[in-house]
Ligand binder design. Sequence first.
Ligand code: DGL
Length: 278
Amino acid sequence: MNNGIGVIDSGVGGLSVAKEIMRQLPQESILYFGDTARCPYGPRPAEEVRSFTFQMITYLLRYRMKALVIACNTATAVVLQEIAQLATIPVIGVIDPGARTAIKETKTGAIGVIGTSGTIQSKAYEKALKRIHPSAEVYSYACPEFVPLVESGIPDRSKALQIVKDSLKPFSSLSIDTLILGCTHYPMLADLIQEVMGAEIRLINSAEETARELSVVLDYRGLLEEKTTEQRVKHKFFASGEFQVLREIASTFIKEPLDLQQVDISKEKVCTTSWTNL
Ligand code: DGL
């Protein structure tokens, strides 16, 4: 196996990013960690999100990683900067790529953001959007019911549609033209969100831009896998708890049998110094 790209999330959301990395960089191997035992992260205090994120990374340090993607907005908002400072490999989050895409796509400058309570309270999108475009109008709302819905595998579409309608009510009186899906779980509800918001609203999923940023960074640092054979590309998936939904979603874009393991990381040390791999 060539050195992998670590992709971490609280659960299945980061698969939307992993899928896009595989599409844009098919020669790269992915090491995916979904902390399904402790999902959702959104309502948790920042300190807990921080230590859980460190535990996922510490687990992945058993493998050789050449880059890390924090494919979770909540964790990106809390801990990206700290990790990027500790690491010697590139570390990429999902908030700046999403903000850049939204600014590129909006015509009116009125942008909606939906995310977990943690992400919305952090104002990370607002800051990122205003840094790029100071006069952007930003309207942010938390949708705490979306992550449990996605993690449950969306068993009932009409119930899910009702949850999406109720959660997006604040936008009915606002005139935005672009809506950032500020949680990596939300692209899995994109058709329902689009149905509720209307076809004219552009939905921004940061996965595409995050994968593009990863490819630019790897290329710049001379880390892209070159001329590889199919056999060297090997994806590994880890989940700290339930993994049925993770398996189902990953199987839609990985055609070979999944290399998926359940691992307990609750005792993993939170090591914030001397990261040999990073
Ligand atoms: N998918 C993650 C995010 O982007 C985490 C959601 C959660 O666990 O609450 O924020």
